[in-house]
Design a protein around this ligand. Structure first.
Ligand code: CA
Length: 227
């Protein structure tokens, strides 16, 4: 019996070792990765219950890894930021991080945060092994990349799918156009926020068969998913 599988992504060996020691003492099984690419491989192969993700990593940084994980999975993520780096809460929220811990951290504090995030995520019913988001009249399957409206498959472009999946995984939360652009298209995308409006409009047309509107405009702020 173990408390869960934690993927620990950290290139500093000393931090990796102390975190592993305390997590294992508390009954967690720990798998590790030392760079961003290995992190993404381990997310697929180890199917962790939670990811602890350092920001400064070789090959791909923690922000990029966080965004790539969120395209497919709702596994909880705790970001680690080094002393002196300003943790960007807004960016963390946009990319779907659940919490963050600043280094140097107390290992007990880290374990406490891990448990708190796991409790919250199981209370919210999110689970990395449950890829489909089900709402009345609408199913969004983030593994098979399928959307069904009233049981019928609907064809979406990749970006329409990612935008819908991002919002549907975070119901009732309002996101600005800038946040959606960053989360779905990425910071390197040169387009403007009207891209988001265009995609929302097409998604609404494609989901209309349900007679429900899932994608609500929040005037002056942005959009939210609500049934
Ligand atoms: Ca690092």
């Amino acid at each position: 019996m173990h408390a869960g599988v934690i993927l620990l992504v950290e290139d500093e060996q000393a931090v990796q070792e102390v975190a592993r020691l305390y997590l294992e003492k508390d009954g967690f099984r720990v798998v590790s990765a030392v760079d961003g690419e290995e992190a993404l491989e381990q997310v697929r192969s180890a199917n962790p219950d939670l990811v602890i993700l350092d920001i400064m990593l070789p090959k791909k940084d923690g922000w990029t890894v966080c965004r790539e994980i969120r395209r497919h999975l709702s596994v909880p993520i705790i970001m680690l930021s080094a002393k002196g780096e300003e943790y960007d809460r807004v960016l963390g929220l946009e990319l779907g991080a659940d919490d963050y811990v600043t280094k140097p951290f107390s290992p007990r504090e880290l374990v406490a945060r891990v448990k708190a995030v796991l409790r919250r995520s199981s209370a919210a019913g999110t689970n990395s092994t449950e890829p489909a988001l089900r709402y009345p009249g609408l199913t969004v399957d983030t593994v098979a990349h399928l959307v069904e409206v009233e049981g019928r498959a609907v064809s979406l472009t990749p970006k329409e799918f990612e935008l819908l999946a991002f919002l549907a995984a975070r119901p009732r939360r309002v996101f600005s156009r800038e946040q959606l652009l960053a989360a779905v298209w990425g910071y390197e995308y040169p387009g403007d926020t009207r891209t988001v409006d265009t995609h929302i409009k097409r998604l609404r047309e494609k989901l209309r068969g349900t007679g429900r509107s899932y994608l609500k405009t929040v005037w002056g702020l942005g959009y939210k998913f609500e049934v």
